[in-house]
Design a binder for this molecule. Structure first.
Ligand SMILES: Nc1ncnc2c1ncn2[C@@H]1O[C@H](COP(=O)(O)OP(=O)(O)OP(=O)(O)O)[C@@H](O)[C@H]1O
Length: 794
């Protein structure tokens, strides 16, 4: 801590002065805001008074209305800009800045003193900056260097010099609470304090303590694709969110929050991170889950399985018939091999094999599937890309189907439907007749014409509906075309690449095929089939594209399959990618997901930057020392030096003893003021059981069961499945079942690691029977053992 008392006084005087300036700006703004608000209300109230309504001149009326609307919109915009400025000052008032650097540029005789905060603040002279925004180019020095030689990038090149001082502040009620001068990159003292805080169900911004590697992630903007890998708790999500804020600041003239999308692992995570950007004075980016996108595209045709249901089946269905084949199917269909197979299938479809449907209306075949096939694959078919040919076929089909439909005008059902037409329809026909007559058709037979026009009206309606269906490619049978891969073993084998796929098809291929066909016929789509199906559909009909999105962030990137990546690449052709992941936290443990580094292939090495984090900040050192031993290469993970208790492993004689002990511990933790406490089970099934057993031992509403439908949690105790706990954190974690029966298979290791690494301050593991081999392999000095009959009890 900076020991110099007069220095501290000087800093306090400065901050008091800055706060005065902030307060007087806020007062000024409040006045402007209320004036502007009144003006807006007034314009709304008297909108029509000021519009010139001229019934004889609609153009004049419209112009006057437009002018009035524009005036209103302009004032509303002005109001929201002022409101933003006001909120930003409000934030600065609480904590005006968090850091100071004195930087002397090469060639200058004196250092410039720079204070960093969440927004910039101009002095009364309108030139000097009392506070620099943390995202300004010069602010980078604070995150990248300690005192000594330092440099930073500006749009016009590098600026080098010497950092003569680096200081950190923590304010409480406007007064300096702590003040540290650091020689390290960022002093650990403040970080220690920040990390010692209790969790409250929402993520916090980290701008005051961003670490050097994290700063690289935040500011990198040269490459098309940025891949960030790092262990649990290393700040990947945090860095990503500050990166969004940085991009919105740097490109504020070109980029808006709705041009950025973050793909999150589940709906609860969406809420968990939703406070960070508003906290930094920025609007939230769009958020979605991949499943939401799949549902948007497929839910009207299929009953779609979600990834958690798939995982639950994989984890709990070992005794179900067909289980092994299902697992092998999941693995294969998420693999790069299957991806290549589908790519080759597309090439073969250019020559033959696309399956068409008859174009029908009321049982009449307007165009037969055979006819469509002949058009698409004419004799001597030259091949060529599918999507443009399908688009050309669509045009032809639209034209020919219309002709064929209107040729049905004398069918009895057309007459019958004419009888059912209403008054408005007759009026419409009458208008058409008048029009025809006014054109002066000499041989006009009104009665006959009327009958014909009425039929046309009926057929018009059929045509409109038909056109809509055809434009959605209803003449193509995507399901049957996809299913051919599973119905024709010779085709599947022929699509394997002989070199790379020397292994051939999976061992249980016939059973995988049977399951796939059966499900699709029931109009159910498994999670592992959803993206390949949509991808094949995209290859055939052309991919849907979203040109508005400029940045795509994918958190938990290790859980996406090659199909999903290719898909996202196609969907966002103008989007830059930021992929954040940890290969040790794959929840889709049964899928063959390649390592994150292989994703460099997506845009090529030239266009990709890979940044690796190694330090883990979330947990205390004793917890990270323990959790990293759960992984074969965990030694590479660097714990952050923060003291705490060792994890405790509790053996219970039976379930009753276990739950009694657990309930007592939760109560004890609450008394110690730990705000968020999670009992983590491997599966939803296990959690439901834990919840039912613990509930009677707790006070009412003391415990909440989290399911995949839960989209928010606040403070308190929760029971949560491992895969939903992913990405979030709790003050204390109790592993519900750390026995060998629950966690022994390699595929369960990562779920176990994810569960344990959710703990910030305390970690407890419970078991009945035999302890998991993953824990048995940990150095016993890294945890304490106790017995459920000894410790907390109800
Ligand atoms: N530089 C930092 N300053 C303060 N807190 C930090 C910093 N970096 C990370 N943290 C804290 O560490 C915790 C973990 O961060 P975050 O969730 O971003 O990590 P992650 O790598 O995404 O973790 P996981 O892979 O487990 O989801 C959060 O509480 C975050 O606030």
């Amino acid at each position: 801590m900076s020991g110099n008392v007069s220095e501290r006084e000087a800093e306090q005087q400065r901050v008091t002065l800055v706060q005065h300036i902030i307060a007087s700006r806020m007062e000024e703004l409040a006045g402007q805001l209320s004036e502007m608000r009144e003006e807006v209300v007034d314009i709304r109230k008297h909108f029509w008074d000021d519009v010139t309504v001229n019934l004889d001149d609609m153009i004049e009326t419209q112009a006057s209305m437009k002018q009035q609307s524009e005036l209103l919109a302009e004032r509303e915009r002005g109001h929201s800009v002022l409101q933003r400025q006001y909120k930003s000052l409000q934030r600065l008032q609480q904590s005006p800045y968090f850091g100071r650097i004195d930087f002397r540029e090469q060639g200058d005789s004196a250092a410039e003193v720079i204070y960093l905060g969440t927004a910039s603040l101009l002095g009364d002279d309108g030139e000097s900056l009392l506070i620099y925004d943390w995202r300004a180019p010069i602010s980078s020095l604070y995150y990248d260097y300690g005192p000594g030689p330092a440099e930073y990038d500006t749009p016009s090149g590098k600026i080098a010099g010497t950092m003569e001082l680096k200081r950190q502040f923590v304010f409480k009620h406007g007064a300096i609470e702590y003040m540290f001068d650091t020689s390290l990159t960022i002093g650990d003292e403040i970080l220690q304090q920040v990390l010692a805080h209790s969790a409250d169900g929402h993520m916090k911004n980290i701008v005051a303590t961003i670490q050097r590697d994290q700063n690289r992630v935040i500011r990198e903007d040269r490459k098309r694709c940025l891949i960030v890998s790092g262990p649990a708790g290393s700040g990947k999500t945090s860095a990503a969110l500050q990166r969004v804020a940085y991009l919105l600041y740097k490109y504020r003239r070109q980029l808006t929050a709705d041009q950025i999308v973050l793909f999150s692992p589940n709906p609860m995570f969406k809420k968990y991170v939703s406070t960070v950007l508003p906290d930094l004075g920025e609007e939230n980016m769009q958020q979605s889950t991949f499943q939401e996108y799949l549902e948007h595209r497929l839910a009207d045709r299929f009953q779609l399985e979600d990834p958690f249901a798939q995982l639950e089946t994989a984890l709990t269905g070992a005794r179900d018939p067909g289980y092994e084949a299902r697992l092998e199917g999941i693995r294969f269909k998420s693999s790069a091999r299957f991806f290549r197979m589908v790519q080759r299938y597309k090439t073969s479809l250019e020559r033959q094999g696309l399956i068409f449907r008859d174009v029908k209306v009321r049982g009449h075949v307007l165009l037969s599937a055979k006819q469509l096939e002949e058009w698409f694959y004419p004799d001597g078919n030259p091949g060529g890309k599918l999507a443009p040919r399908v688009a050309a076929l669509l045009e032809l089909v639209l034209k020919e189907a219309k002709k064929a439909l209107f040729a049905l005008r004398d069918e009895p059902w057309v007459e019958e439907e004419v009888e059912l037409l209403g008054r408005d329809d007759y009026d419409e026909v009458y208008r058409r007749l008048q029009k025809a007559e006014s054109k002066g058709n000499g041989t006009f037979n009104e009665r006959r014409e009327e009958a014909e026009l009425l039929k046309e009206l009926v057929l018009d309606r059929y045509h409109r509906r038909l056109r809509k269906r055809l434009k959605r490619f209803a003449f193509l049978d995507f399901e049957a075309t996809y299913l051919r891969l599973f119905e024709d073993p010779a085709l599947a084998s022929s699509l394997l690449d002989e070199d790379a796929d020397a292994d051939g098809l999976p061992m249980l291929w016939p059973e995988i095929c049977r399951q796939t066909v059966e499900k699709l016929q029931r109009r159910e789509l498994s999670q592992e089939d959803a993206t390949p199906f949509l991808y094949l559909k995209g290859l055939i009909e052309g991919f849907h594209v979203n040109l508005g999105i400029r940045h795509v962030f994918i958190d938990e990137a290790q859980d996406y399959s090659p199909f999903q990546y290719e898909f996202l690449k196609q969907l966002f052709p103008r989007g830059r990618m930021t992929l954040l992941g940890d290969h040790n936290q794959i929840i889709n443990a049964y899928s063959a997901v390649p390592g994150l580094e292989t994703l460099t292939g997506l845009y090529g090495e030239e266009e990709t930057e890979v940044i690796r984090f190694t330090k883990s900040y979330r947990s205390t050192k004793p917890i990270t020392d323990f959790t990293r031993e759960l992984l074969p290469e965990g030694r590479n993970i660097e714990p952050f030096e923060r003291a705490g208790e060792k994890p405790a492993v509790t053996a219970a004689a039976d379930e009753e003893a276990l739950y009694r002990h657990m309930a007592g511990r939760i109560r004890e933790l609450k008394q110690q003021r730990y705000g968020t406490i999670a009992v983590i089970g491997k599966t939803a099934q296990e959690c439901a059981k834990a919840y039912e057993s613990l509930k009677p031992l707790m006070d009412e509403n003391e415990l909440l069961l989290i399911t995949k439908e839960t989209d928010e949690f606040t403070k308190g105790g929760v029971v949560i499945p491992s895969y939903l706990a992913k990405g979030i954190e709790f003050d204390a974690v109790l592993i519900h079942d750390a026995s060998q029966a629950a966690y022994a298979r390699e595929t369960e290791r990562q779920l176990f690691y994810i569960s344990c690494t959710r703990a910030m301050h305390r970690l407890y593991l419970y078991y009945v029977g035999e302890l998991s081999p993953f824990v048995r392999a940990v150095n016993p000095e890294l945890y304490v053992r106790d017995n459920a009959s000894e410790c907390p009890s109800s």
